[in-house]
Write a protein that binds this ligand. Structure first.
Ligand code: CA
Ligand code: CA
Ligand code: CA
Ligand code: CA
Length: 270
């Protein structure tokens, strides 16, 4: 075959495979777009390879089962409190999050009744134990992103002992105070589904979110995305990487700088 023709064919096949690999994530609480399934098999939890997610970096499965007295680490609660799987995907514009849990969004937080509702997503850039950003998962502001000044914590200390007076700050639960920095899309499903994974009769809920990367301006590199409930009986996190997001204003200033440069060059050329 002619060299030029084969190069054209090669370019065409590259374009075709790129088109076939483009995965569109829709924030609707259905994780079929992530490649997740409901067939009652262990591999239901494995995301679509086309997303390019790396296990242990972009996704993690910690599916447990059992009744209220089943141990989850560090607390108990069984399926009703199980943080089961977390997936994080990044494209050029958004951070996408998918979480599967046994915890209903309608679960209330009332320590006197030993019931604890869902926490918020907590994001730690630099993985230094300081969770700079939080994403509301419930209530009228679900999907709101905060630069967090104060987190609530769970019932367990760093050694896993029940110690609400000295909780492990490595597992923030809900946003207490902060500054609103942006709004993403977030759906927390309210009707349970079954048949995901080998524990076929267990009930699951989904949190699916898309957050514009612009809210993270000035932050980049490895970061943790973490979620737990208000007791922190079971936490789950992954640690993907974000390429630098331009500071607001940097892009706007760029054309001005170029124009200045061009003006300077024209003057010196004469
Ligand atoms: Ca979806
Ligand atoms: Ca489970
Ligand atoms: Ca779990
Ligand atoms: Ca940090």
């Amino acid at each position: 075959m002619h060299k030029f023709a084969s190069a054209l064919l090669f370019a065409a096949s590259l374009a075709a495979s790129a088109a076939a690999q483009a995965v569109v994530i829709t924030i609707d609480g259905n994780l079929a777009d992530w490649g997740l399934k409901r067939n009652g098999n262990a591999n239901d939890w494995i995301p679509d390879p086309a997303l390019g997610l790396v296990e242990g970096v972009n996704w993690k499965v910690e599916d447990q089962t059992g009744g209220a007295n089943s141990f989850l680490n560090p607390g108990w609660g069984g399926q009703a409190y199980d943080a089961e799987a977390l997936y994080v995907h990044l494209d050029s514009s958004h951070l996408y999050i998918a979480l599967v849990t046994g915890l209903s969004p309608d679960t209330i937080t009332n320590p006197a009744l030993n019931t604890y509702g869902p926490g918020d997503f907590a994001i730690d850039f630099g993985r230094n134990g300081v969770f700079e950003f939080g994403i509301e998962t419930t209530g009228p502001n679900a999907g709101a992103v905060y630069r967090v000044d104060q987190w609530a914590y769970g019932l367990w200390d760093v050694n896993g002992n029940h110690n609400p007076a000295n909780p492990d700050t490595g597992h923030p639960t809900s946003i207490v105070a902060g500054t609103l920095v942006g709004q993403g899309q977030l759906v927390y499903t309210t009707s349970a589904f079954k048949n995901m994974g080998i524990h076929k009769n267990d009930q699951h809920y989904v949190i699916e979110a898309a957050i514009p990367l612009s809210v993270f301006a000035g932050f980049s590199g490895k970061f943790d995305v973490h979620w737990t409930m208000d007791c922190a009986n079971d936490a789950i996190w992954v640690d993907p990487e974000l390429a630098a997001v331009p500071e607001p204003g940097t892009l706007a200033l760029l054309p001005l700088g170029l124009a200045g440069l061009l003006a300077l060059r024209r003057r010196t050329a004469v």
